[in-house]
Each structure stands twice: as structure tokens, then as C-alpha cells.
Design a protein around this ligand. Structure first.
Ligand code: SF4
Length: 369
């Protein structure tokens, strides 16, 4: 425990001096902190900042989120991916409004009842917003703790996860016993500082590649550093090989309008808009004939646009993009709408299709206030 106390007090002192000044760290509003945590789960801090400001401007209270139309929600989330997170936030906001009088709960038990809230998010809201003595472990914290204690297993495995949560709990307990703690405008109380310090250390010092151990406040306690074995931790099992997929996307124009379709219920990213797309065989390399047959137009009327590549979970996706002018809607496309540039600006598109829109029909802004 003496060592845990040293680690905790080192982290608190370090955070007060070195923490990044992030907008949600000035918030004492549990809702704003919660939104930032959900946005940060897949995305870098610098990307999240403008999204968070825009969200909080348009939906400043949990009641505003509960009542927001789906199109507004998707537009505010456009580009962050994992749209189910935005939808879960809204479902949870409705529960908070209906059963907690609009106040975000402060206990882990109540928080875990909310849609989309798992142990990490519950720990983050309880400790960061309410300074409750609750631990949390995310990817950054897992990296710090596996190195600190030379934990051999893969942090994604349940047994290793349990070990890491137990170390995080020891640090919270040690923090509770500190006689004096520093204060900062960037956190509300000792438990908030401790958890944010662990996450911040993982994000800025104890990084996956080339960690800056010479600047680390807990170097003296770090077992991996003392053993010269930092690179061995965390022991992540190799990821499964990515599956390659290839699609053709067609940007169709008719009388100054563009044809888009909305993803239906049950689809990944349902509710989002996109240009028509067709899954291609990986061979042959030239998809023009396949696309022309699909749309029942001549191959010559298809003009290639820059190819777009992106990755989603374990898929590596290549989009072969074509543009064509037509005078009627191809039968194969089914439901969809012919839309003006301005109408497209107001819709939520998947990131890849927003990129295509930018290439094909400028000006279409990625973010609108
Ligand atoms: S000494 Fe290095 S490896 Fe250990 S916690 Fe600090 S930054 Fe990470």
C-alpha cells in the first residue's frame, strides 16, 4: 500500500502541473463530462474538441438531448463513427429525464442501468463529475498499469481486466488516505484528479510507442522500467487479419441534383445517407462493366473519381468512385432522393461518403453549425 500511496500522490502532483487544458475539464456538469467521455472512446482529443463544443451549444442540457430529432443527433455525430453511441446517449438521456428528474445519477449501480453505459463510462462519470471513489480502466490506463506492475496477460482478456481493475481500486483507496491533495481548476476533487491523471499519463507520457519514461512521475515505482522491459507491455495478442472489401460508389447527377439513399433500420449506420454503392468482386480489377450493367447505362458514361480507402473494425474497404449524368433514376437503385448540394449539406453522411461528396460536388462542408 505504501507504494500505491506514492504512485497516487505522484500522479496527483503531476496532473496539477502538466494536464492539458481541455474544455470539458472546466465543466462541473455531469452531462457535459459524459458526452466528452463517449466521444473520446474512439477518437483523438483534438478531433473531439470542436464536436464537443458544437454538441454542447446545440444540446446544452440533458433534456435538450432527450428531445432532439434523430437527424440533428446524427449530424452532430457525423464523422465520429459508431453512431450507436450517439443513439444510446439519447436513450440514456431519456431515462435520466424520466426516472432521475433530469439529474445524471452519481452511483455506479444507477449509472450501469443506463443504455450504453458500461463499467468504464460509469466510473468516469462517478469519479470525474462527482468525485466518487470509483476506479476506471480504459486503454490508456491499462497500458500504464500493465507496465507499472508488469502484468503479463492481454488486457482485453477477462482475467487480466479483473487484475487491472483491482490495481485501479488500490490506487483509489490510497488516494482516499492521502493527507493533503493539490487542487486544480481542471478537476473536481482527489478521485477525479487521480483517474484523469492515469488517463492523461497514458495518453501523453506512457504512450504505446516510445514512452517518455524520463518525464514520468511514477518512474521510481514502475516495475517494467526498472526491468528494462517497457516494450513488452501491454502484452496484446495479435489482431485477426483484416478482411478486404471492395465497393463501387456512383455519384449520379440529374438536373443539378444528386441521388442519395438513406440506410434502413437494421443496417450498420442506419439513418445515415450515402451515394448508391455495390459490392464488387475483388477481381477483375476494372469494375466499370459491372457498374454499367447494374445501372443499365453505357460504360463510357462512367467517369472515375479519386478512390477512397477506409477501415472499419476488421475490414479494409476500398471504394471505387464513379460519376455519371443520367436523365432518369436507374431501376436497380430503388428508393432514394434527388437532392441539391444545400440539402446534402444538412444531412448526416458516413465519413467515407462525405469525403466522396467533397471530391465530387464541392462545396459540401463536413461540419455545419
Ligand atoms: S516509467 Fe515509463 S513505462 Fe513506467 S509508467 Fe512511466 S512512462 Fe510508463
Amino acid at each position: 500500500m505504501a507504494e500505491a500511496t506514492e504512485v497516487a500522490s505522484g500522479l496527483l502532483a503531476w496532473f496539477v502541473l502538466h494536464a492539458r487544458d481541455l474544455p470539458w475539464r472546466h465543466s462541473r456538469d455531469a452531462y457535459g463530462i459524459w458526452v466528452s467521455e463517449v466521444m473520446l472512446q474512439q477518437t483523438q482529443v483534438q478531433t473531439v474538441i470542436p464536436y464537443w463544443h458544437r454538441w454542447m451549444r446545440q444540446l446544452p442540457t440533458i433534456g435538450d438531448l432527450a428531445n432532439a430529432p434523430e437527424e440533428q443527433l446524427l449530424k452532430l455525430w457525423e464523422g465520429l463513427g459508431y453512431y450507436s453511441r450517439a443513439r444510446n446517449l439519447q436513450k440514456a438521456a431519456r431515462v435520466v429525464t424520466d426516472t432521475h428528474g433530469g439529474n445524471v445519477p452519481s452511483t455506479i449501480a444507477d449509472l450501469l442501468e443506463l443504455p450504453g453505459v458500461g463499467p468504464y463510462t460509469a466510473g468516469a462519470i462517478a469519479s470525474l463529475a462527482y468525485n466518487q471513489p470509483e476506479p476506471l480502466v480504459d486503454g490508456n490506463v491499462a497500458r500504464v498499469l500493465t507496465r507499472l506492475r508488469m502484468i503479463e496477460g492481454d488486457p482485453r482478456e477477462p482475467e487480466t481486466k479483473a487484475t487491472l481493475w483491482s490495481i485501479a481500486t488500490q490506487l483509489i483507496k490510497a488516494t482516499g488516505k492521502l493527507h493533503s491533495v493539490p487542487s486544480t481548476p481542471l478537476a473536481r476533487g482527489r478521485f477525479s484528479i487521480l483517474n484523469q491523471a492515469l488517463m492523461e499519463l497514458g495518453a501523453t507520457v506512457c504512450t504505446s510507442r516510445a514512452p517518455s519514461c524520463d518525464q514520468c512521475p511514477i518512474r521510481k515505482s514502475c516495475q517494467a522500467f526498472a526491468s528494462g522491459a517497457v516494450e513488452r507491455f501491454p502484452a496484446l495478442a495479435p489482431r485477426v487479419k483484416a478482411t478486404r472489401l471492395r465497393y463501387a460508389v456512383v455519384v449520379l447527377r440529374r438536373s443539378g441534383k444528386w441521388f442519395l439513399r438513406q440506410r434502413g433500420a437494421g443496417d450498420v449506420n442506419h439513418g445515415l445517407w450515402e451515394f448508391p454503392q455495390l459490392e464488387l468482386r475483388l477481381r477483375p480489377a476494372n469494375p466499370v462493366r459491372q457498374v454499367a450493367e447494374w445501372l443499365d447505362i453505357t460504360p463510357k458514361s462512367l467517369h472515375p473519381l479519386p478512390r477512397v480507402r477506409h477501415a472499419i473494425t476488421r475490414y479494409q474497404i476500398t471504394l471505387e468512385v464513379f460519376q455519371a449524368s443520367v436523365d432518369k433514376t436507374p431501376v436497380a437503385l430503388g428508393d432514394g432522393q434527388w437532392l441539391t448540394t444545400r440539402e446534402i449539406e444538412a444531412l448526416a453522411l458516413t465519413s467515407a461518403h462525405r469525403k466522396i461528396a467533397l471530391n465530387a460536388i464541392e462545396p459540401v462542408n463536413i461540419q455545419t453549425d
